[in-house]
Design a protein around this ligand. Sequence first.
Ligand SMILES: [Zn+2]
Length: 316
Amino acid sequence: MASLYSELLPLDKDIANAYQKVTKDTPGGLIDKAGAGIIYQKATVGPVSTQGARLEALFLIWDKASFAADGLKFWEETIVSALLGQGTGKLLKTDAELSDVMNALALASTSVDFVSPKLGIAYNAGQYEAMKQLVKDRKIHIIQADGKGLSKGIAGIYVPEANALFLFPTKKAIGTLVHELTHAIQDWNDLKGLDEYLETDAYIAAGIESRKRKGSFPKESPLFDSVEMVAAGKAKVTNPDWNGTPAKPGAYDKLAAVLAADPDAVKKPGVVRDLSIGETGTAEKQILAEVMKKLAAASKAAPPPAAKPTPAGVSR
Ligand SMILES: [Zn+2]
């Protein structure tokens, strides 16, 4: 137990001390409901400036501490409700539980490769591999939530302030996971931009992955032109057919306008979102840069992977 205490200490001293006190006083070191309440209470007082690190401390306890049944129930309900408004959920931990997410990231890593013409970020293998590492390192948290109080169609939500991806009990489509994990890339790169551009990029990324996996993309989709332009290598920032002007919109601009008009796709059209807000006490961009550097070094050191056969029906 001392090791978890020492891991908690740099994140939040009060939470670490409450954790130590509670687990020492309880037989077997289990956190029961009363103990969980005492620890959680420490996260709700004091300056907001430590919010990001405090959330990390709460997730670390969720991941590694030993709970009594009533303590775990309290923890799950309290954290999910604090972040989503209501409901409860289970933190996914094992490789088996995380396999859908890891699989989606692996597929995105081998298919998605484009630069956002409006936000400037490159969505590519390096970014998706880094997200895999962050999930493995428990820096991105995956929660299977009950979805209580949310509209039925929603399959997932990424909450940037908590680095948490909530999955709901609808069908777990690969496309949903790629879309939401693209929001994770945006968050860890501390992007700032119009909501419609953040969403357009996430839709395009999921569209490209789907096109590669299925061999084609449905013509009737509003995403069709954008996805095909990326696939054809024409999605260049300097190409006016892709990245146009208000007077002469390109494919990307047209898609952004379609999505901005759909309240299910873009919640706040015309509003700039700053994905570095609410994360004081954590250094996401720096952590991401270190992860990407390590992965790049490891891939240079490792022998090249054996060539994979091209799946039938996929030409690129
Ligand atoms: Zn989205």
